[in-house]
Ligand binder design. Structure first.
Ligand code: MF3
Ligand code: CO
Length: 292
């Protein structure tokens, strides 16, 4: 049993200073009931305390400001290395650290994924943004040890109506995800809602790569799939913090990794892919978007 009950009069585990019975006792009992019914429940270490939420929010202020700055400057003719420079400089100026830089050997401060690049596009002074490109800029920040993570799509100049629609529907997929973060429902309920919205629009969703818990570390449990089935996967419990970041493909869901750099993921059929990412906190009645 992962939820060991404290004595009713013990101080609560959350650090509130209140007695357990007046604080998290009922909450823990509720989680135990779900666990006994066979649900996958989060470990206590995945539940953010108020001080953690404050820390993540401060980190996210930087993360979102960096993406705003990219949005102000991005244009045709710019290299993705220039985007990397904006991300590095803006993050550091605001007191943060780009979480991507040196993460598992990743060489840059941000991911820039253009057209058929699904994710983990590596900024380069050889990649020049062209009129008509769609590009995902995926940015993550560390501040005082707290991680924030979100990404946005940018349409460069005259983007074709069909590519623009892919970008818009993918944004809607994230909005559907946000609406379906309902405490005591499962991640599979949320992921399936996202998947259905993509399918209804004639698109597919990448299976192998998904979202993740985020906050005290860059990538925490749980893995968050957007091709999952209702009632499956981890229970969404107030205090959990994770990303909603479906990768939506115009063609088939098949992808491959660029074996020259071991990072960048492309669509197998060469058709475009889009992604937006938000970081959410599960609350008593839904969720709060911490980074977008
Ligand atoms: N920001 C990505 C995510 O959403 C992770 C990028 S890891 C990197 O999870 F090393 F490629 F930067
Ligand atoms: Co992420």
């Amino acid at each position: 049993m992962s939820y060991q009950l404290l004595d009713r009069n013990d101080p609560c585990w959350c650090g509130s200073g209140k007695k357990y019975k007046r604080c998290h006792m009922e909450f823990d009992e509720k989680i135990r009931e779900y666990e006994l019914r066979g649900f996958i429940v989060p470990d206590r270490s995945l539940l953010k305390l108020p001080k953690d939420v404050e820390g993540i929010k401060k980190s996210a202020v930087i993360n979102m400001a960096v993406l705003d700055e990219v949005g102000d400057k991005i244009k045709a003719g710019m290299t993705t290395q220039e985007i990397d420079d904006i991300v590095y400089n803006t993050t550091v100026k605001m007191g943060g650290i780009p979480a991507d830089l040196h993460y598992e050997g990743y060489p840059k401060s941000v991911c820039t994924s253009v057209n058929d690049q699904v994710c983990h596009g590596i900024p380069s002074d050889k990649v020049i943004l062209q009129d008509g490109d769609i590009v995902n800029v995926d940015c993550s920040t560390i501040l005082d040890g707290y991680f924030s993570d979100s990404s946005r799509m940018f349409c460069i100049g005259n983007v074709s109506p069909e590519n623009r629609r892919l970008v818009e529907v993918t944004k809607e997929c994230v909005e559907v995800g946000i609406k379906n973060v309902i405490p005591w429902h499962t991640l599979g309920d949320m992921g399936n809602a996202v998947h259905q919205h993509a399918l209804q629009n004639g698109y597919s969703v990448v299976k192998e790569i998904g979202g993740h818990g985020c906050g005290l570390e860059f990538h925490e449990d749980p893995f968050v799939s957007y091709v999952s089935l209702p009632g499956t996967e981890m229970l969404m419990v107030p205090g959990m913090c994770f990303t909603i970041e479906p990768m939506v493909n115009m063609g088939s869901d098949e992808v491959y990794e660029d074996d020259r750099n071991g990072w960048s993921i492309y669509t197998r059929d060469g058709k475009p892919s889009a992604q937006w990412e938000v970081q959410v906190l599960v609350t008593e009645d839904g969720c709060e978007v911490l980074s977008k």
